[in-house]
Ligand binder design. Structure first.
Ligand code: FAD
Length: 471
């Protein structure tokens, strides 16, 4: 590389880094003030508080307790932090969760519909305000349920919902094992596995483990001009006949408004300790100005993802759709992203990203059955529009640009005959048809399960309004 290019590369890396910190450190923190000004809860909620504090002293907190603000700050997105509950319950055992649920169940049944409301939170990474929080209601915060126990035979690991993925991987790394989970280390186990909260409060997950050596992982930052040819290579890489099951790419392109710059920054993973394997050379051979690719443990890999893309306390929005892997459609989705990003150019601290992720048949057919409605021999492309920005005043502009981008992608996918109704719950925005995407028959079955185990609808939308609800 000549010295001119080196200087440009250094300038681009520094600009993106400064941009991250600028957005983070100048984010307004009005949370404390908002907590002090929150309006008083209704009488039925106050009575429920009295019962909870009687049964669980030292576990229930009001806005006057320091623990209340500490717990609120565990939410990832600023919008989620500002959904203010009246009280927060922080159980430390399964028995304490059961006590809280019994008390709330009684209170909900005795009150008018919707009068007593509650929410459940694990890692607090849902970007939908109110999915894991409730204004004026009772928040059950599971973040203190945080044990990770590997089974004696090493075949499974028991994980509590408040655990972050970094703790799961760090524990398993020490045994030469891993499990399927999140790729950013701070994301919670509870919400990622469930994708919602329809049936109960889950206090333990038993996950299958597998042998795992170190991985070759990291990010590559390409020159913007490479984007069309990289997307073409992504399409070929994701085709079932070409797919190397050890390789995956989470293909993100981010638009930094202040710099007016689009940066393709694929997150790259190879699940063996092999540097630059053939399946991923389309990325390493393309012109790029920075790479963090290295052989790492799984927990190190998830730290890398976190520090490259996940900043707590900013405003965030996720929205998603899915189409069958198709080159024209991939290019068309990219064009829709370019249009969408141009609409938020002047939003303070904005980064507007499109992320393409392959869902290959070897993964979707790994088990005989799933409740998600994915039944195809084709690779699906899950598209995520992920945006962060600084100020509440810009919320509507960002939501409109993101949702319009998704609507454009969906209508073009339908026109090309490659639309797929699956929407990944953990990427979906409020109002997207997540359950409908599973298919009518599966939704009917899930509704029957919900009715059987929760006949009075305690976990239904009237008393637990956040999330994609079955009843
Ligand atoms: C920076 C970042 C990186 C991400 N990376 C990934 C990734 O690599 N892979 C991926 O699949 N997703 C990823 N996501 C999406 C992530 O899966 C969702 O945000 C998920 O909801 C996070 O789980 P949580 O426990 O932190 O969520 P929470 O916000 O605590 O919960 C989400 C939902 O689940 C419900 N819930 C949580 N715990 C329980 C429980 N124990 N019982 C009943 N209901 C419960 C809540 O009520 C809420 O409706 C990422 C998100 C962010 C912001």
């Amino acid at each position: 590389m000549d010295s001119g290019k080196i200087y440009t590369a250094l300038a681009a890396v520094s600009a993106v880094t400064i941009y991250y910190f600028y957005a983070r450190w100048t984010a307004p923190d009005k949370l404390k003030l908002a907590v002090l000004q929150a309006s008083a809860p209704n009488d039925a909620t106050k009575r429920t508080y009295q019962s909870l504090i009687g049964a669980l002293p030292r576990r229930v907190f009001t806005p006057h307790d320091g623990e209340f603000l500490k717990a609120l700050k565990l939410y990832f997105a600023s919008q989620a932090q500002h959904v203010l509950p009246a009280f927060i319950v922080r159980p430390t055992s399964m028995e304490e969760v059961a006590t809280a649920v019994r008390i709330m169940g009684k209170a909900i049944t005795a009150a008018q519909p919707g009068e007593v409301q509650f929410a459940v939170r694990s890692g607090g990474h849902s970007a939908i305000p109110g999915a894991a929080g409730v204004e004026g209601g009772i928040l059950i915060d599971l973040s203190l349920l945080n044990s990770v126990i590997v089974a004696k035979n090493s075949k499974t690991v028991d994980v509590q919902p408040g655990v972050r993925w970094k703790d799961v991987y760090r524990t398993l790394d020490a045994h030469g094992l891993s499990c399927a989970g999140g790729r950013a280390c701070d994301v919670g186990v509870g919400g990622l596995i469930l994708g919602g909260n329809n049936f109960a409060i889950v206090t333990k997950y038993t996950l299958h483990t597998f042998q795992q050596a170190k991985l070759w992982t990291g990010h590559i930052y390409h020159w913007p001009s490479s984007t069309p040819s990289l997307l073409e290579s992504y399409y070929h890489f994701s085709r079932p006949e070409n797919y190397d099951p050890c390789a995956t790419v989470i293909f993100a392109i981010g638009y930094f408004g202040l710099l007016n710059l689009h940066v393709p920054a694929p997150s790259v993973h190879y699940t063996n300790p092999v540097k630059n394997p053939p399946a991923l050379q389309w990325l390493t051979k393309a012109p790029h100005f920075h790479s963090t690719l290295k052989i790492r443990t799984m927990s190190e890999a998830t730290h890398t993802v976190n520090s490259a893309s996940a900043m707590t306390g900013l405003r965030w929005h996720f929205t998603t759709t899915t189409f069958e892997n198709n080159l024209d459609m991939t290019l068309s989705a990219h064009a829709a992203y370019r249009t969408g990003s141009s609409k938020v150019r002047h939003v303070s601290g904005v980064c507007f990203a499109i992320v393409f992720q392959p869902l290959v048949p070897s993964a979707t057919k790994y088990h005989d059955n799933n409740s998600l409605g994915i039944d195809t021999d084709k690779t699906l492309t899950v598209v995520l529009i992920s945006v962060y920005w600084k100020r509440a005043i810009d919320d509507e502009k960002v939501y409109a640009a993101s949702e319009e981008t998704i609507r454009t992608i969906e209508s073009e996918a339908k026109a090309m005959g490659v639309y797929h109704p699956y929407k990944y719950a953990n990427y979906a925005s409020k109002g997207q048809e997540v359950l409908e995407g599973y298919g009518a028959e599966r939704v009917r079955m899930l509704r029957e399960v919900a009715k059987k185990y929760d006949p009075s609808g305690v976990f239904g939308k009237r008393s637990m309004p956040g999330g994609f609800k079955l009843q």
